[in-house]
Write a protein that binds this ligand. Sequence first.
Ligand SMILES: [Zn+2]
Ligand SMILES: [Zn+2]
Length: 931
Amino acid sequence: MLLYVALGLLVHLVFFASIFDIYFTSPLVHGMTPRFTPLPPPAKRLMLFVADGLRADKLYELDEDGNSRAPFLRNVIMNEGSWGISHTHVPTESRPGHVAIIAGFYEDVSAVAKGWKENPVEFDSLLNETRYTWSWGSPDILAMFAKGDSGNHIFTDSYDASSEDFGAHDVTKLDTWVFDHVKEFFHAARNNQSLLSKLNGDRIVFFLHLLGIDTNGHAHRPTSREYSDNIKLVDKELKEIEATVKDFYGNDGKTAFVFTADHGMTDWGSHGAGHPLETCTPFIAWGAGIRLPQKVSAQNFDDSYLQEWKLENWKRQDINQADVAPLMAALIGVPFPLNSVGIIPVDMLNTSDLFKAESMFTNAVQILEQFKVKMTQKKEATLSFLFTPFKSLSDTKQANILRKARYYIKQKKYDEAVSLCRELIDLALRGLAYYHTYDRLFLASNVVLGFVGWISYASLLIIKSHCNLTRGVSTEAKNPSRLLPYTFVAIGLFVALLLLIQACPWTYYVYCLLPLPIWYAVLREIPVIQGFVTVLLTFRPWCFLGYLLLFILGVEVLVLSFFYRYMLTAGLVAFAAWPLITPLWTRAKRTSLSWILFCFLLAVFPLLPVVGREPDIFLVVGAGLLVLLLSLFAVTSVIKRSDSFINEELVLHLLQMLSIVLSVCVVYGTHKSLLEKQGLPLLNQIVSWTILASSFVTPLLSPPVLFDRLFSILLASMSTYLLLSTGCEALFPLVLSCLMFVWIHMEQETLQQSAVSCKQKVSTIQFACNTDMTQCRDLYLDDIRRAFFLVFFLVTAFFGTGNIASVNSFDPSSVYCFLTVFSPFKMGALIMWKILIPFVLVMCAFEAVQLTTQLSSKSLFLMVINISDIMALHFFFLIKDYGSWLDIGTSISHYVIVMSMTIFMVFLNCLAQMLTTKKLSLCGRPKSHVT
Ligand SMILES: [Zn+2]
Ligand SMILES: [Zn+2]
């Protein structure tokens, strides 16, 4: 058994990790030479302002009174500079946003795996190419670009990480801190000769990172006064900074200014996904080398922003976020960041046409060079007869285009040169993508081969050890050929040799060789397969086909529910009809009725919106009261059952009820205190953490009698869940567990109606007898339904209250009872636990179902894994790396969720087993179970 678990876990981990090799590989290459425009640049220095988390619309739009929140920047748009929307890529997080702005490439998701804390790979940035950079802001962001600074030319000045307090009185201090330090810096520089001489050089960047708006957005949402006021403050300070700098340099007209944001923010104060509110950020540039506003009468855009913002007559020039990097590099005349894939927006430049054409030419050469390096790398790593080059951009074509562009520049046909270079860049980028995804098909087919092999193997295991199907078949079926192992070893050696010649990374060996042992294990079981087929042939074809169709339909509903949550509602409604079409309805009317009722109640949750809900603390309080009401019933039954009035069980129950009451009070108190801006009271914080810690212990103290233990688990997890809730999701685990309780009864009923004898009454079953299960029975078709129910309930546990967007987007408001200081790991862990609680409830209930129906947990578990593996295979094929960024992100998340669900299930199964069977004693003496 342990071997199977280990093997299964290994197989799943490999499949899970494979997408990081297939889809999320680092796009960076190394070994290019720096390229810069060989003409004097328009600016000597550049000031870059990044307002973290600033949405484009909140900056550009006018407020209710028709006034701009940012009068200074609006004046810049109308009289001094160029403007537009900078479109970011997913994930819309601070780190990838800043990398795109400053280093000019889109950080791939492989960086996620490395936590985004440190640079997963070395990369070149604009700041790296400057003579000197001074930067102010958050330590996380500044450290990213100062790392590896060899010549000591990037200077950082940042505040303490712990001052990023979400609940603190006024987070605009994060911004005023930066502005004050910048002013102070220029003031002090006047009397500091060495600093003064540094400041008077060229190729200088000042980088101001402004975290206040993001922090205010998380804490109060972007529609709040706080967010707007923060924008006003930044705008006012920008004006002063501009004046300070201009004054410092005696209005020499050699300073360029760039204002943008790393990402936007949703209305509910989160970012990370691909909603337009998150991906549209403002971009405004002015000063040296930047074109003055262009008046236009009509502009064509798909959106209606221009009318909303009353900016129809000022030419809007949208850019991609990575385009900012080459623009800034050209302005101050430093080499383009080596891995930049940005295309310089030449229309924004206020320079000679020659400069524009030369910059574009440099840009094309720089991107082409990445293409060449990537191609060489791939070519060297592939056997020459297997190598298929990118056909649209051959060596001769590159040379031709470059020669032609040079010729145009010489002939002063600058526009032609620019458009030709743009064409070349386009081809080079497509070629880069081609080589980046070169091995994808090969790796993907290997992974799928292994996956299908594993599913077949798991099915064979179930059939072999737990079905009477094969018993009737003669066991004399011929043994598999002796040649089989040799054949597999030979294939393995051949594959390994091929990989060795091509110097493939070690992970490739894993993907290519793993299918071999799996398929060997499958083919070794040929007699079982033959037996199974013989039995299948005895079935009536229509009956068999009907079951097969039902199974496929069920899996498809599950897959669709990832895209449309209302499919879960449809599924639950279908579940509600289940007792009606079976004899259950006549046998157990009350159980059936409650089953129908709770199915319908639970079916409501997937229809509720998941994001953008206003917090409703009264629903949380209501959920707490409902739990208390339920537990009162339980207490009365405990009192009735036991002989003495006061016993250990009762004390435990009362303690757990107390923790629910405390949770409700803490949630209410914290909510009120945060509304009044008094931060999180320390007492609330202590109580919250205590409840969380105790919730892991209290269920273990309760007697392992089936319903007592389950109820104790429900109370413990509910008290934590209430603390982590902000609205109607608080009711979800409650309704879910009610349905689970009924489910246990229903399964008991189905068992009584089938031939299996049932010895025990459900209320007396103890969890402990799980370990000595000897009366395992054979599997029936009904067990496939049970396995399917479990998978369905697990998916419901996840999508009942959330969807991909709510997982991707980071909404800190639900952990405010525990902490308000930004701490991604603690917050992430708490939110993770909140997502896991419904899973734990379902798994514990399933543990009970296994027990009451005397199922072999191993085969049932294998069936469950098989169903989710079939789903995972679906999502593996549905992974996209094209289309909108939202589609890409979502498709990846689906796969990740379904794979981690499978891997988690092993973990959850252990957790559920522990929660249900372990028993701690309060007073240290072994306690006799009450039965
Ligand atoms: Zn950010
Ligand atoms: Zn943020």
